[in-house]
Design a protein around this ligand. Structure first.
Ligand code: NAD
Length: 356
């Protein structure tokens, strides 16, 4: 198969980790007889420097023409003083909405060999962590109207949180479809005791559940969910929630599995084209030092093969190469254990490539 992949290397450690993910994709392409063509799409702080905007039209067009998009990370202190409409993350928000990516999926799975990196009590970790957070990505408060006004000598700020039924229905279906391929349990997270958007969310998710009689549905308030994720994460299979709650809970979920450098994420809309990236940011503190862990980005590339290109064997090959590399005792600095071998970003990429 021939596939065109738009590549957004981004800022900070972005170019280092994306380089290793491309190396692993190429190794999979050789093994399975595919050809991947990469098209560069500058976005983020580097695009502000070169073109004056975080997402140049040409980059957006490249992404929209591609079969899928691989992203490192954008942003950094250099661009923190940009006006809010021209910050690096604006490019990412515009890309997500222009591509119609309404669902973000983040697996929270603890690797057997990394259980010592789990910050939870050993008896809780021993029950296992293997769930998926399905987050609505282009609605809610992040996309509502934002305003700041002046009245009575003080400032007042307002952010509107809005959801319509179809926005809830389509992401709920993604969650139920995913649960069907897993342990058949959906936990829908909301704040229906306080928010109208959450009451609408709960009603629509309950309606969608009727289409999936084989999948169990539970509702949970977001404050309780935040607590249950650290108290007993083994109870979760698929968690579905709105944009803001999902942003926070998916970070919490990834932290309990160990390092932020290990977790991939996929963003999908209608059709098969998706945006694949690690969950972490551009890590300016370690940029350019060959210290970044590329595994999150490599696993994001594996998700691309599985979900966008329908290449499950190829995705399995990458995931198993990562497992074998960890089993062999190789680690980057963020997941280093006593008795293991410390590798840089490039060397970790090379070890994984060898095992494809
Ligand atoms: P961060 O995720 O970049 O870094 C947090 C900590 O984790 C740092 O100590 C960093 O060194 C470490 N870390 C992150 N990824 C790592 C990896 N692969 N290997 C080893 N260590 C890793 O979060 P931050 O410091 O809050 O943000 C830095 C910049 O990234 C900010 O400008 C922020 O806006 C941006 N950001 C971008 C995205 C994105 O592009 N999707 C997401 C989050 C943050």
């Amino acid at each position: 198969m021939n596939k065109t992949i738009a590549v957004i290397r981004g800022d900070g450690i972005g170019p280092e980790i994306v380089g290793e993910a491309i190396g692993v994709l190429d190794a999979a392409a050789v093994k399975f007889g595919h050809s991947f063509t990469y098209q560069e799409a500058p976005m983020g702080g580097n695009a502000i420097d070169a073109y004056g905007v975080p997402l140049p039209d040409e980059s957006l067009a490249t992404c929209l023409r591609s079969d899928s998009v691989l992203l490192g990370a954008v942003g950094g202190p250099k661009w923190d003083s940009q006006p809010s409409a021209n910050r690096p993350e604006r490019g990412l928000l515009k890309l997500r909405s222009s591509m119609g990516l309404y669902t973000n999926v983040r697996p929270a799975r603890m690797f057997d060999d990394l259980s010592s990196a789990c910050p939870l009590r050993a008896d809780i970790a021993a029950r296992g962590i293997d769930f998926v957070v399905v987050r609505e990505l282009i609605g809610g408060v992040y996309f509502g109207e934002h305003s700041t006004s002046e009245a009575g000598g003080e400032q007042k700020a307002t952010d509107i949180m809005a959801y319509s039924e179809h926005e809830v229905r389509r992401v709920a279906r993604v969650a139920f479809d995913m649960a069907r391929k897993r342990r058949k349990r959906v936990t829908s997270v909301d704040k229906a005791n306080v928010l109208d958007t959450s009451r609408l969310w709960r009603r629509v998710v309950t309606e969608v559940a009727a289409e999936y009689p084989d999948v169990e549905l539970l509702h949970m308030y977001v404050d309780n969910a935040a607590m249950q994720i650290v108290r007993d994460p083994s109870q979760f299979d698929v968690v579905v929630t709105e944009n803001l709650f999902g942003d926070i809970l998916s970070d919490e979920a990834s932290q309990i599995t160990g390092s932020i450098g290990m977790i991939p994420s996929s963003s999908m809309g209608e059709g098969t084209r998706g945006l694949y990236e690690p969950i972490h940011g551009s890590a300016p503190d370690i940029a350019g030092q060959n210290k970044a862990n590329p595994i999150g980005t490599i696993l994001a590339a594996a998700m691309m093969l599985r979900y966008s290109f329908d290449m499950p064997a190829e995705a399995d090959a990458i995931e198993s190469a990562v497992d074998q590399t960890l089993k062999a005792g190789y680690r980057c600095g963020d997941i280093m254990n006593e008795g293991c071998t410390l590798l840089g970003c490039k060397e970790m990429g090379a070890e994984i490539r060898k095992r494809i």
